[in-house]
Design a protein around this ligand. Structure first.
Ligand code: SF4
Ligand code: SF4
Length: 411
C-alpha cells in the first residue's frame, strides 16, 4: 500500500476523531523519536521524574512514545504532558538527540487544537489574558499604582529611575518581556540603568507585546505565530539593529522566531550583550571601582532557557561579570543548572509539581553558605525566591541585572 493509499484508508477515522495529519515540520519531530534506543538516560535525568516519581510523571521517553498512539490513547496523555517543565535536560543527555521538548510542544498543540477540553484550566486563563492584552500577565488596572509599585521597589534597591525612551533608528531594542514589564519592574528598570551607564543607544517598544512563548507552550500555535508577527512588525518599524532582553525565556523564543521568520538581526541576553558588545574591560572598570557595598558571597542559578535552549556561554559570561565586582565571592551550587520548576507553564495548573522540582535547588543553595542567589531571568528568580522564603531560608535573591545595576557607580 502506498503512503497516499494508506492515508485514504485512515482518513475517515481521522475525521471522526477530529485529527489532522502532521505538517512537514511536525513529521521531522515525529521521525526523530524513531531514533530512540530506549537507553533510559532521559528518565534518569528528568527533574520532574526525580521530584514526583514515575507513577505521576512517566517521563520523557514515555512522552515520545505517545506520538505513535492511536487517537483515544493519545488524548489520555493530557494528564502527564502538561507536567513537563520544558527544561531540555532529556534532549541534552540523549545520545540520539531525540528532541523531547519539541515532542511535548507538538503533543500539546494537537491536544489544544482537537481536545481543548483536556487543556488544564489554568492555561485557559493565561490564554484569555494573552488574547485580551497581548501580554502573558494581566496589566495593572491603575497605571498610577503600577508607577508607585515600581518606585517603591527602586527606592528599596537603591536603583535610580530613568525615563522610558521610545525612538526609531536606535542601535538596540531593549525588550523586557511580559514578566519584567508587569511584575518584576525592577528588572526592566535595572536593565535601562545598565544600558544607559554604558552609553548604549537603545529604545523600548511602544506597547509591549508577548514574544509568543507561553502560547507555544500551551499548544496555541496560532496565537504564538500571531504574536511573533506582531512583534516582528514593531521591530521593523523601529529600525533597530539588535534586540536585548533580560528574560531567559524571551531570549530563547526570540532567537527561535528571529531565525524562523527572517528578522535578520541578532538577539542577545543582556549578560551576553554586555560581555560581547560593551566588553569586560569597561565592565570591570565600572564595577571594580564600587566600594560602598559590604562583601557578599553569591551563588548563581542557570536558567534552562539559556543553558539548554540558547547557549551555555551566557552563564560563563555571567560569572566573568560577577568576578569583576568588588567584594563579590562566588560559590558554586551543586544544583546550579537544575531546573527550578518555573518553566513549561506547569506552575499555572500544578504548583505542587513546580514547587517539588525546585526543592533540589533549595537544598543545594542553602548548602553553599551563600548570602545571595542570583539568576539572569525574572521567572527563575520569582520561583526560587518564593520557595526559599516559604522554606524559611535566610538566603536572599536578586535578578542578576538588579545586582549589577545596584553596584554601578553613580554617574
Ligand atoms: S524537558 Fe525536562 S521536564 Fe520535560 S521531559 Fe525533558 S527532562 Fe523532563
Ligand atoms: S535518552 Fe534518548 S535514546 Fe535514551 S531513552 Fe531517552 S529518548 Fe530514547
Amino acid at each position: 500500500m502506498t503512503e497516499e493509499e494508506a492515508f485514504e484508508f485512515v482518513k475517515h477515522t481521522l475525521k471522526e476523531e477530529r485529527i489532522t495529519p502532521y505538517r512537514k515540520d511536525e513529521i521531522e519531530i515525529v521521525h526523530s523519536v524513531e531514533d530512540c534506543i530506549n537507553c533510559g538516560l532521559c528518565i534518569n535525568h528528568c527533574p520532574v521524574v526525580a521530584a514526583i516519581g514515575v507513577d505521576r510523571f512517566t517521563g520523557p521517553r514515555s512522552i515520545a512514545v505517545e506520538l505513535s498512539r492511536s487517537p483515544p490513547e493519545f488524548w489520555s496523555t493530557a494528564d502527564k504532558v502538561y507536567l513537563c517543565t520544558g527544561c531540555g535536560t532529556c534532549r541534552e543527555v540523549c545520545p540520539k538527540n531525540v528532541n523531547i521538548p519539541e515532542v511535548v510542544n507538538l503533543v500539546r498543540a494537537r491536544i489544544f487544537k482537537h481536545r481543548p477540553d483536556l487543556v488544564p484550566k489554568g492555561l485557559h486563563v493565561v490564554r484569555e489574558i494573552i488574547t485580551k492584552y497581548n501580554l502573558a500577565f494581566e496589566p495593572w488596572e491603575d497605571p498610577e499604582e503600577k508607577v508607585e509599585s515600581r518606585d517603591v521597589r527602586l527606592e528599596r534597591l537603591g536603583i535610580p529611575y530613568i525615563e522610558d525612551i521610545i525612538k526609531t533608528g536606535a542601535e538596540v531594542l531593549f525588550y523586557p518581556g511580559c514578566q519584567a514589564e508587569e511584575l518584576a519592574q525592577e528588572v526592566r528598570e535595572a536593565a535601562k540603568v545598565v544600558l544607559s551607564y554604558f552609553d548604549v543607544d537603545f529604545t523600548l517598544i511602544d506597547e509591549m507585546s508577548c514574544c509568543g512563548l507561553p502560547s507555544e507552550l500551551m499548544g496555541d500555535d496560532e496565537t504564538s505565530r500571531k504574536l511573533s508577527a506582531l512583534l516582528k512588525g514593531k521591530v521593523e518599524a523601529l529600525g533597530i539593529k539588535k534586540v536585548v532582553t533580560t528574560c531567559a525565556g524571551c531570549t530563547s523564543m526570540l532567537s527561535k522566531i528571529s531565525q524562523r521568520d527572517n528578522w535578520d538581526i541578532p538577539i542577545y541576553h543582556m549578560v551576553e550583550y554586555l560581555v560581547e558588545e560593551v566588553g569586560l574591560v569597561q565592565i570591570s572598570e565600572a564595577l571594580g571601582s564600587t566600594s560602598e557595598f559590604s562583601d557578599v558571597t553569591v551563588t548563581v542559578h542557570d536558567p534552562c532557557h539559556l543553558i539548554r535552549h540558547t547557549s551555555r556561554r551566557t552563564m560563563e559570561d555571567a560569572i566573568e561579570i560577577l568576578k569583576a565586582i568588588n567584594g563579590v565571592k562566588i560559590v558554586i551550587s551543586e544544583a546550579e543548572d537544575s531546573c527550578c520548576g518555573g518553566g513549561g507553564l506547569v506552575a499555572y495548573h500544578s504548583k505542587d509539581v513546580a514547587n517539588a522540582v525546585v526543592q533540589e535547588n533549595l537544598v543545594a543553595i542553602n548548602k553553599t553558605g551563600a548570602d545571595r542567589i542570583l539568576a539572569p531571568c525574572p521567572l527563575c528568580t520569582a520561583q526560587i525566591e518564593a520557595n526559599l522564603f516559604r522554606s524559611g531560608s535566610s538566603v536572599e535573591v536578586d535578578d542578576l541585572m538588579v545586582f549589577i545595576a545596584k553596584r554601578l557607580p553613580k554617574k
